[in-house]
Ligand binder design. Structure first.
Ligand code: ZN
Length: 244
């Protein structure tokens, strides 16, 4: 834009064309002024709606907000621990920690749920270390992750429930006002419902209407707008129904 403005001024000076400010009577005689910045009201060129960059972040790096962890994609290194974990100051049943960015998003989402719909949310589980996942894993691969394969270890995943505890960590949470609100609004805050009801063959997990994964607002919006509901499908990864 700057170069274009300079070019217009130079051409206008050489050829006697009116300058861009419309002052035609004196443009040919005057030395171009150095005021080549676009006027404040001039809009930048509109970005294409098709500019979503699927390579913006790594899906392999555990520090990336787009990292994809599933039964075929263990966290690497296995004992990875995020460097920016913070305590999340929201209601909880187990004191939650998340990466800073995800924590900020949770706070905003919980605040919005209350402000917009009068709903009170609580965290049931957020960051889990490799060793704590060893305690969580119950041997049922359809419902719990083996240590080193849990999204919770990224510091970007959170199990959310109603503060009342109704349908906590149960599929009936989907039918509660809190579950419905999260389903409809999580993308605004950068979260995706990671284990949809009809995608068990792809994610390897049964429906978890409480498990939300922070991916940032750009990716969450893109997935919402394109109707692609799993990270595997969005990034063209193979289904991960079972451990390799
Ligand atoms: Zn979970």
């Amino acid at each position: 834009m700057l170069l274009l403005a300079v070019a217009v001024l130079v051409i206008g000076y050489v050829t006697g064309l009116p300058s861009s400010d419309g002052d035609a009577s004196t443009a040919a005689e005057e030395t171009p002024t150095p005021t080549t910045r676009p006027s404040p009201g001039e809009a930048p060129a509109p970005a294409s709606v098709d500019t979503f960059n699927r390579a913006a972040f790594s899906i392999d790096d555990p520090n990336s907000i787009w990292v994809v962890v599933n039964k075929l994609r263990p966290i690497n290194p296995q004992d990875f621990e995020p460097g920016d974990l913070v305590e999340v100051p929201v209601d909880f049943t187990n004191e939650p920690e998340l990466r800073q960015e995800a924590s900020d998003a949770v706070i905003a989402m919980f605040d919005a749920a209350f402000a917009e719909a009068g709903l009170e949310l609580a965290s049931n589980s957020a960051y889990r270390s490799f060793s704590s996942q060893e305690n969580v894993y119950d041997g049922d691969d359809a419902t719990t992750a083996r240590p080193g394969f849990s999204e919770h270890q990224t510091g970007l995943a959170i199990d959310i429930g109603a503060l009342s505890g109704e349908c906590s960590l149960d599929v009936c949470f989907a039918d509660t006002p809190e579950g419905a609100w999260l389903r409809d609004n999580a993308a605004r805050f950068g979260f995706v419902l990671r284990y949809p009801a009809d995608k068990t063959d792809i994610t390897g997990y049964t429906f978890e209407p409480w498990h939300f994964r922070y991916v940032g607002t750009d990716l969450a919006a893109e997935m919402r707008d394109t109707g692609v509901t799993t990270l595997e499908e969005f990034f063209g990864l193979p289904p991960a129904p079972d451990y390799g």
